[in-house]
Design a binder for this molecule. Structure first.
Ligand code: NAD
Length: 298
């Protein structure tokens, strides 16, 4: 079903990193007035160069906004920016829509939504999948939790950022679905990394092997998007292992709280922790390959 084009809006965008930078630029391209704030100024300057406006604080960014989007590393930063003294809930106009697109725990998302409700700020959790390339190309998958009416209002804006935009349930549901996404992606990358080490050791023609694997049931977006990193053994982030480690903690806690047992998830969480312990936390998660290489004596 076609969604109506977004009315031009004033959108505050907090967190202009690997994902937030290109997402904010896409909102500018879609005709919105985007006022950006980031902890380091360089990212704000990049948004200004892309046609947005810069702010020197969260308070300044959100003061005149119809909607506020946050794209921050983890629970602590989102909580600080949403609920802190200089934060969104203290400075946004009543009725403002706060859309948190970071990956955080479902419990934190629910807590922020409840506090928002008390202050007449409507909140959606709307985490994304698709990585840096998906953010740049505006083809993200966006999984939203919150009230249906708020989602309907946000949807035209979200469609400037992604192609698959789905309301998946009440507050926190977006983060629950995102946790499942991170479980699938981590296991997928680990399996791909193990196949690459196996193929190399067996003396296979690796580019040819990955081409043909990509055309069969083993094909995946992970294979398509991460093949070059694996072939070149070069792992610029992308999605940092530090962040995926954070996400596996969310998966593990959320699964335990509902009595779901995830043996492969638990193993991959350990392998991500090992990657960090070996100094790979700042690399793209495709660097799980380096861990498999270490295990295989390469
Ligand atoms: P990033 O570290 O590149 O960006 C985060 C930005 O937030 C940084 O620019 C940082 O300076 C800024 N920041 C941190 N604290 C701040 C504060 N208090 N106030 C203002 N700015 C602050 O991270 P990213 O890769 O863009 O990821 C952002 C979120 O999106 C994370 O939750 C991540 O798990 C999720 N995510 C990332 C990807 C990916 O491929 N990178 C994909 C899907 C989801």
């Amino acid at each position: 079903m076609d969604t109506p084009a977004a009315q031009p809006r004033t959108i505050a965008f907090i967190g202009l990193g690997i994902m937030g930078g290109p997402m904010a630029a896409n909102l500018v391209r879609a005709g919105h007035t985007v006022i950006g704030f980031n902890r380091s100024r360089l990212a704000v300057d990049r948004l200004v160069a892309a046609g947005g406006r810069g702010a020197d604080s969260v308070a300044e960014a959100v003061a005149d906004a119809d909607a506020v989007i946050t794209m921050l590393p983890a629970d602590a930063e989102v909580t600080e920016v949403a609920l802190g003294k200089g934060g969104v809930l203290s400075h946004a106009r009543p009725g403002t829509l706060l859309i948190d697109m970071s990956t955080i725990s479902p419990q934190t998302a629910i807590a922020i939504a409840h506090t928002g409700h008390e202050k007449d700020i409507r909140v959606l959790d709307a985490p994304v999948s698709g990585g840096e390339a998906g953010a740049i190309e505006a083809v993200l998958s966006i999984m939203a939790g919150g009230d249906a009416a708020d989602f309907a209002e946000a949807e035209p804006v979200l469609r400037a950022l992604g192609t698959t935009v789905v309301h998946v349930g009440p507050h926190g549901a977006g983060q629950t679905v995102k946790a499942a996404n991170q479980l699938i992606v981590a296991a997928n990358i680990q399996a791909l990394a193990e196949a690459v080490v196996f193929l190399r050791k067996a003396g296979a023609d690796l580019p040819a092997a990955l081409d043909v694997l990509g055309g069969g049931l083993a094909g995946s977006t992970v294979l398509t998007r991460k093949k070059t990193n694996m072939l070149d053994r070069d792992f610029p982030p992308g999605f940092r292992i530090d962040l995926h480690h954070k996400d596996m903690t969310i998966v593990t806690d959320a699964a335990r709280s509902v009595g779901a047992v995830l043996p492969v998830g638990a193993l991959v969480a350990q392998l991500l922790a090992s990657a960090r312990a070996n100094g790979d936390g700042g690399l793209d998660h495709s660097a799980l390959l380096r861990g498999v290489e270490r295990l295989s004596g390469q």
